[in-house]
Design a binder for this molecule. Structure first.
Ligand SMILES: Cc1cc2nc3c(=O)[nH]c(=O)nc-3n(C[C@H](O)[C@H](O)[C@H](O)COP(=O)(O)O)c2cc1C
Ligand code: SF4
Length: 459
């Protein structure tokens, strides 16, 4: 098994200044601000306003109904988020087609599920109104899982757009590879239409914005890296970005400005060229080069797609060094703090090149009780505009309230970056949430689906 290197004793650091000094000494000069009030400033986005600069990143709970509608656990999750005070809620990935699920209980946006999805947004907004007198800015993340697709029994059914020797042996969350189908141009055109229909339905559901997901392992991200694909969706920059822009133009043609459009985008893939996006164009070299991502962000902003949430390939780590590939290798060492720093640095580079963009950063949960200080430092110093937190939302859904009202993140409530929420889905094939801080619901599931199986496997 790979090892996650955790050399810093955050529990012994008494304040943000000490954190800043120690990280600096370790060669990771994060931007840090003791005063987090800047995160309370609103962001204007066209005719709408994001009420503060704290974003809850999308976190799928693998817990929809079989038909793809939100379940009670999903209503519970968003109710907790609404009470927590974050100004930007980036609703978890929802697939645009039945064959594009990454797990058998992923939500699907379609006519039969839209009523319940609308109820989810309405109830979440109502709760936020009651608590804060305003609603959050709500984004829905649309996706097709592509090479990460599975069937109703978790069997891997990968739909790739190009062969990739680095990852073809590992196409699903639990490491199965399945028999890869390469999508024809006609299939990609069908998926483009499905994204457009899904965006139209998102208007009906009452979202402020739809995210045309171009990150992580999913199909639109893979197209960005399809250097070796022949035809209209591969090779040149124009061809590799064609599907994304066809979707954006198609949504605008159908609904005008009835809904905003945004993207969650990989700043780089951490898979070498010509099999990864945002990488130095030398075969086999594992180093980011964000010139194409900058060009893409400039084109997005020109099309009024201003809100851009930057991530990278392995969503729960922020790849560095062997990066994404380390996850797939036995005995590799993963360095999440260097990875987080590298991703924030790339975010700064992109923000500086595209100042009109409104950029959300990724990875702050790794920094535990100092995540808010780095979020505030990053906004103050112009690295990004909005501080994005993923697993912290599972563990400590009201951390935004503590930051905004008391200028603090309580260490004993923070995510412990233990990865058990990931184990629930990867090893347990079951629903997920915080095993450590939301024990009543998720610890019994962890015992049953992960620990018991591990004990049985040893026997
Ligand atoms: C259980 C789980 C589910 C996730 N679901 C999604 C998702 O639906 N969409 C997405 O873009 N990222 C997803 N992510 C990635 C997170 O949004 C985030 O990028 C990642 O956890 C790193 O940020 P953090 O260090 O603040 O947690 C998921 C991560 C986890 C652990
Ligand atoms: S299970 Fe662990 S990694 Fe996941 S949210 Fe809870 S403390 Fe964080």
């Amino acid at each position: 098994m790979h090892k996650v290197s955790k050399p810093f004793a955050f529990s012994k650091m008494k304040d943000a200044e000490q954190f800043a000094r120690e990280m600096h000494a370790a060669g990771l000069p994060f931007p840090v601000s003791s005063d987090m009030s800047i995160l309370g400033e609103p962001v204007r986005l066209g005719a709408k306003t994001i009420p503060n600069r704290i974003c809850l990143q999308p976190l799928e709970g693998f817990d929809g109904t079989k038909e793809g509608a939100p379940s009670d656990l999903i209503f519970r999750r968003y109710d907790r988020y609404a009470r927590g005070g974050a100004g930007l809620i980036w609703y978890e990935s929802i697939t645009v087609a039945d064959d594009g699920r990454c797990n058998p209980l992923q939500m699907i946006i379609k006519k039969s599920t839209i009523k319940e999805i609308r109820r989810l947004v309405e109830e979440t907004d109502r709760t936020a109104y009651e608590a804060f007198g305003r609603k959050p800015y709500n984004v829905l993340q649309l996706t097709h899982s592509g090479r990460r697709s599975v069937d109703a029994n978790w069997k891997s059914t990968p739909l790739a757009v190009v062969a990739n020797p680095y990852i073809d042996h590992h196409n699903s969350i639990d490491g199965q590879s399945g028999k890869i189908t390469i999508a024809s141009d006609e299939k990609i055109e069908q998926i483009i239409r499905e994204f457009i229909e899904a965006a139209v339905l998102s208007v009906e559901a009452g979202f402020d914005s739809v995210d045309i997901k171009v990150c992580h392992e999913y199909i639109l991200r893979e197209l960005l890296a399809a250097f070796n694909r022949p035809g209209k969706f591969g090779g040149s920059f124009e061809n590799r970005t064609r599907a994304l822009f066809d979707i954006i133009d198609g949504v605008r043609a159908r609904v005008g400005d009835a809904i905003d459009i945004c993207v969650r985008l990989n700043a780089y893939d951490c898979i070498p060229y010509p099999h990864g996006w945002g990488m130095v164009k030398e075969e086999g070299v594992m180093a980011p080069d964000v010139s194409e991502p900058i060009r893409l962000c400039q084109m997005l902003v020109e099309r009024d797609v201003k809100l851009i949430n930057l991530s990278t390939m392995m969503p729960r780590y922020q790849p560095y060094g062997r990066g994404y590939l380390a996850e797939l290798e036995e005995d590799a060492e993963i360095q999440p703090y260097k990875g987080t720093y590298e991703l924030l640095k790339a975010t700064r580079q992109i923000k500086e090149a595209v100042p009109e963009g409104i950029f959300v950063c990724t990875g702050l949960t790794w920094l535990e009780q100092f995540g808010g200080n780095v979020g505030a430092g990053g906004v103050r110093d112009g690295w990004f505009d909005i501080a994005g937190f993923g697993r912290q939302a599972f563990a400590y859904p009201d951390f935004a309230r503590d930051i905004l009202i008391r200028n603090v993140m309580e260490r004993e409530k923070c995510c412990m970056t233990c990865d058990k929420c990931y184990d629930l889905i990867q090893k347990g094939h079951t629903v997920t949430g915080c095993v450590m801080r939301d024990q009543e619901v998720y610890l019994p599931l962890y015992r049953k689906h992960v620990q018991k199986r591990e004990v049985e496997a040893v026997r």
